[in-house]
Design a binder for this molecule. Structure first.
Ligand code: CP
Ligand code: NVA
Length: 330
């Protein structure tokens, strides 16, 4: 086990500033490279056998909300990279009971080389990152889901030959949309989102995305009309109408009438459109079985790609030298 430096840091980045991933904007410059790396290792059986950049490193993952994809993909991804994965469920640790986020961050930084955190308020993951001396990865907050966006954009790259048109979002202006907009425009994709009135995405995040889009020439269009968003789309993305932790869920549902992604809505999209959903899906609510089970659907590719994209991100944040070495040598 490596010793700690004067900051109590045990990460391989101990002699340099650690980098966190709290929103996808933290890595937009590196995003094409992170995705390229992820696609390469996904198909590199030899590397999966002998490339262990997290050997001797421990990654802890705190969950304050349920998870299937994030939890399993982080645990398996860390193990494949030679590291030790610890899952810390909120009911089992002192955080939120007798210990502050700041103290938890300081303590965990003495044991771990990276921390992933699924929380309610986005300020909580910012607080953890502020006090941790090892990289912190946001594993979903109320405002952001950067690992999802990385996997989604990786999936779009993999299916690029089929994508003839903009990315359309239909549904709630939520955490998944926020990072999708930022990541998509950073890679030059046009995006049109349709949300019910009153459920638009956070205006500060859209402003941030517009600044990024100015540099790439991508366009961002917001509307309350799903047909307008979907017409001519190369990708159609939706998510649940009510996210984890939201209150007044019952009141919210009525606003989403007409926002279900069904065969009628998708009929004006490009015939080869990709249907995307971060999952879990509430079939019969935001999407019909006919759409999510159609040949256009790539939802399980997205789920798988969570693991490969996160393996790239973890290696980049926790052992950057190994990330570059793999990129250059393979
Ligand atoms: N998409 C996603 O984050 O799924 P989980 O909630 O199962 O982790
Ligand atoms: N918007 C959803 C995404 C789940 C992966 C939520 O936050 O519950």
């Amino acid at each position: 086990m490596r010793g700690t430096d004067s900051q109590g840091t045990s990460s391989m980045r101990s002699n340099e500033a650690k980098q966190d991933l709290l929103t996808i904007d933290d890595v937009t410059d590196e995003l094409p490279g992170l995705i390229d790396w992820a696609i390469r290792i996904k198909h590199d059986d030899e590397a999966l056998y002998d490339f262990k950049p997290l050997d001797g490193l421990a990654i802890g993952s705190i969950y304050e909300k349920p998870s299937t994809r994030t939890r399993v993909s982080f645990e398996v991804g860390v193990t494949r990279l030679g590291g030790q994965a610890l899952t810390l469920l909120s009911g089992d640790i002192q955080l939120g009971k007798s210990e502050s986020i700041a103290d938890t961050a300081s303590v965990l930084s003495r044991y771990l080389d990276g921390i992933t955190y699924r929380c309610f308020g986005h300020a909580d993951v910012e607080e953890l990152a502020k006090h941790a001396t090892v990289p912190v990865i946001n594993a979903l907050s109320d405002l952001h889901h950067p690992c999802q966006a990385a996997a989604d954009l990786m999936t779009i790259v993999e299916h690029a030959e089929r994508v003839n048109g903009h990315i359309a979002w239909v549904g709630d202006g939520n955490n998944v949309l926020h990072d999708l907009v930022i990541g998509a425009v950073s890679m030059g994709h046009d995006i049109k989102y349709a949300t019910p009135s009153g459920f638009e995405p956070d205006e500060r995040i859209i402003s941030q995305a517009r600044s990024i889009a100015e540099g790439t020439g991508a366009t961002i269009t917001g509307t309350n009309d799903p047909d307008e968003a979907v017409s001519g789309a190369g990708v159609i993305y939706t998510d649940v109408f009510v996210s984890m932790g939201e209150e007044h869920a019952g009141e919210k549902f009525g606003a989403f009438e007409g926002f279900q992604v069904n065969e009628s809505l998708v009929s004006n999209a490009d015939p080869d459109y990709l249907f995307m959903h971060c999952l879990p899906a509430h079939r019969g609510e935001e999407v019909t079985n006919a759409v999510i089970d159609s040949p256009n659907s790539v939802v399980f590719d997205q789920a798988e790609n969570r693991m490969w994209a996160q393996m790239s991100i973890l290696t980049y944040l926790c052992n950057e030298a190994a990330w570059h070495a793999y990129r250059e040598l393979r």
